[in-house]
Write a protein that binds this ligand. Structure first.
Ligand code: SIN
Ligand code: FE
Length: 289
């Protein structure tokens, strides 16, 4: 397997010369890894580094596109500080994406920015929600009709602990392997899910396939152990970017991370053919949406 992580020497959030090779790599499912992007943490912000700041009932702390902070507990001053900290990261991350892949900039939709203060190895959850298993991102409640999920991560651990990821096989190979196993799509079931409010909108056949692939990967312990993969330590201060609906990934350890999600219409890609939507359409010989 070619290395799925590509390290880029750049010490500025603005990429002055967009590089077609990096763009091709990103769109083919590689992780772009930047080691030297500056993001200082003030004395005051050090107070944000405790896992008690996350509401135990929430999956993470986030600021939505509406700039509302969710999932955190603390006094008003701490919450303001936290929100501005997260929004400062959003600004940096958006500068990076706008300059790294300039064609996206007009089409990029800002989705939530999250702060993840919990230690991964201590999280208990069902196999389906367990991100320590290799998977591509697909969300049961949020159909996206092929729209891309682009994410910018940064390890901000203050004690030197890496964020340990596994990065797996290409989406092409994953589709090849899991498509034959997926349950057939039911229009009726999708309508029912939507009517009772289990999905935020109607689940398309594409969304059904992506969820089935996500679940199929996570449920298959032999695949988890024996499929092509590498282990990679993202050190504190590292920033990395990938299409998480395409790049097979698993987070094995670490604590304290910032993450920015964007959604991108599939026709804004440089190469539409590289998208999960195009790959699944071609493999099933159907025009999915
Ligand atoms: C994930 O997106 O699956 C988890 C990433 C992380 O927490 O490092
Ligand atoms: Fe994920």
């Amino acid at each position: 397997m070619d290395s799925p992580v590509i390290t880029i020497e750049n010490s500025n959030w603005d990429i002055h010369h967009p590089n077609p090779e990096w763009i091709r790599a990103l769109e083919s499912g590689k992780v772009l890894h930047f080691k030297q992007l500056p993001f200082s943490i003030s004395e005051e912000e050090n107070a944000l580094f405790n896992s008690g700041i996350q509401n135990p009932k929430s999956r993470n702390i986030s600021v939505g596109a509406d700039s509302v902070l969710k999932g955190a507990v603390g006094d008003e001053q701490t919450l303001q500080l936290l929100k501005h900290f997260i929004l400062r990261y959003r600004e940096c991350s958006t500068r990076l994406i706008n300059s790294l892949v300039p064609n996206y900039s007009k089409r990029l939709k800002v989705s939530p920015t999250s702060f993840r203060p919990l230690n991964i190895s201590q999280r208990k959850q069902s196999w389906r929600a367990d991100d320590r298993r290799l998977h591509v991102d697909a969300f049961a409640t949020r159909p996206n009709y092929g729209e891309r999920i682009l994410r910018v991560f940064r390890n901000i651990n203050p004690e030197g602990a890496p964020r340990v990821w596994r990065v797996g096989d290409s989406f092409e190979n994953i589709a090849q392997q899991f498509l034959p196993r997926i349950k057939p799509y039911s229009h009726l079931k999708a309508m029912a899910l939507n009517t009772i409010g289990l999905t935020k909108s109607f689940r398309s056949e594409y969304d059904h396939m992506m969820l089935q692939i996500h679940d199929g990967m996570k449920a298959d312990l032999d695949y988890q152990k024996n499929s092509p993969q590498i282990m990679f330590d993202f050190m504190p201060g590292d920033t990395w970017v990938c299409f998480s609906d395409q790049t097979s990934h698993a987070a094995m350890g670490g604590q304290y991370m910032l993450e920015q999600t964007y959604n991108l219409p599939v026709d804004a890609l440089y190469d539409y053919q590289s998208s999960p939507l195009a790959i699944l359409s071609s493999k099933t010989q159907r025009k999915l949406a």
